[in-house]
Design a protein around this ligand. Structure first.
Ligand SMILES: *Cc1c(COP(=O)(O)O)cnc(C)c1O
Length: 358
């Protein structure tokens, strides 16, 4: 078979290893997976009561009517400014498909989310990156000289994954003003609900004023619905119209549509989970300070920790002790990303970390 050349350079997505796999491999009773930024508190209990009660033989609502109506109201955007995906990763794929031809390029941050990179490569597009500054943050202005005629998409992850830092909203808007209006600026707000810094604002308010700005959101993180795969994009109607052309019909299931609706409604449950995660982050700061371990202050539900040794080796030592974390991020050789689980889980993690650092 003659597969496309661009695939030579594309690696399949490697998810964090499963708890069951590690239990078997190391004969452990308890394993904590803190590698994929999932939410230990799961979704609203309303979902447990609902599951099962759908017409299984009927295709899902291709227009996602109910969820669309509720989200449009909550976000104060027009209904035709929304499109749903089988996770927001699917929307990254759609965006790449409508904009990138061979030889085009995208600009993004390094490190940032791996899907931007793989989807661009699959389109035979090139990738230009800016690297973080000494505050583990990005000067977006550094992107301006990278823009050329072939630049089609700029991705900004806000908060950044894996760094956990944010771009302040006034800096973001200043940057947007400088970007030619024929380049799509994608602001990925997967962790928006976790942000505590007051200088942060969602970019959804900017979509009305700048038709080349779109915002990605997901139900996988703060709403605890990663298993059901549903996310969305807020963009100008004209952008949505093009994305609709490449969207696979019925790409979100009936169950995920209904459960996302239930999750959206139970704000109290979501805010409660976020609050618990904030308390646990503060606990982590205190412990890491006590241990004199370098970390990056986070605005998301994960934290980057400097192990002062190669991250794959450090991660392996943590896995042996039952803690699955994520290393191997570009430009972050000695760092691992640790998702914030429950307080009890993180207490155990800190104990394991003490042993590994020794
Ligand atoms: C987790 C994550 C996503 C993916 O979300 P899904 O909706 O589960 O596909 C997108 N962007 C970033 C930056 C993420 O960390």
């Amino acid at each position: 078979m003659n597969y496309r050349d661009c695939l030579k350079d594309v690696l399949p997505y490697v998810p964090g290893r499963s708890e069951e796999e590690i239990k078997r491999e190391y004969g452990l009773d308890k394993v904590v997976k803190i590698a994929s930024n999932e939410n230990p508190y799961g979704p609203t209990p309303a979902i447990g009561k609902f599951i099962g009660k759908i017409n299984y033989e009927i295709y899902p609502d291709n227009y996602v009517t109910n969820l669309r109506e509720n989200l449009a109201k909550e976000l104060d955007v027009s209904q035709d400014f929304l499109l749903f995906g089988n996770g927001s990763v699917e929307i990254i794929q759609m965006i790449s498909r409508v904009l990138l031809d061979e030889g085009d390029n995208i600009i993004t941050e390094l490190p940032s989310f791996s899907s931007y990179f793989s989807e661009a490569k699959i389109q035979n597009a090139n990738i230009k990156t800016i690297r973080y500054n000494n505050e583990y943050n990005f000067n977006l202005e550094d992107m301006i000289p990278l823009i050329d005629k072939k630049t089609k998409i700029i991705y900004i992850t806000n908060p950044n994954n894996p760094l956990g830092t944010i771009i302040e909203s006034d800096k973001l808007e200043k940057f947007i003003k400088k970007v030619p209006s024929n380049i799509l600026i994608v602001i990925d707000e997967a962790y928006f609900e976790f942000v505590r810094d007051e200088k942060y604002k969602s970019a959804i308010g900017l979509v009305k004023d700048y038709s080349n700005v779109c915002v990605l959101r997901t139900f996988s993180k703060a709403y605890g619905l990663a298993a059901l795969r549903i996310g969305y994009v807020v963009a100008d109607k004209k952008v949505i119209t093009e994305l609709e052309k490449v969207r696979v019909p019925f790409n979100t299931s009936s169950i995920s549509q209904i459960c996302a609706g239930l999750a959206l409604k139970d704000k109290e449950f979501m805010r409660n989970s976020v609050e618990k995660i904030h308390d646990t982050i503060d606990y982590m700061y205190r412990k890491l300070d006590d241990m004199n371990i370098e970390y990056i202050k986070t605005q998301a539900n994960f934290i980057m920790i400097n192990l002062n040794k190669k991250s794959d080796i450090g991660a392996q030592e943590l896995i042996k002790r039952g803690y699955i974390v994520r290393g191997g991020f570009p430009l972050m050789d000695n760092w691992v990303r640790v998702s914030i689980s429950t307080y009890e889980d993180m207490e155990g993690f800190i104990y394991a970390l003490k042993e590994v650092i020794k």
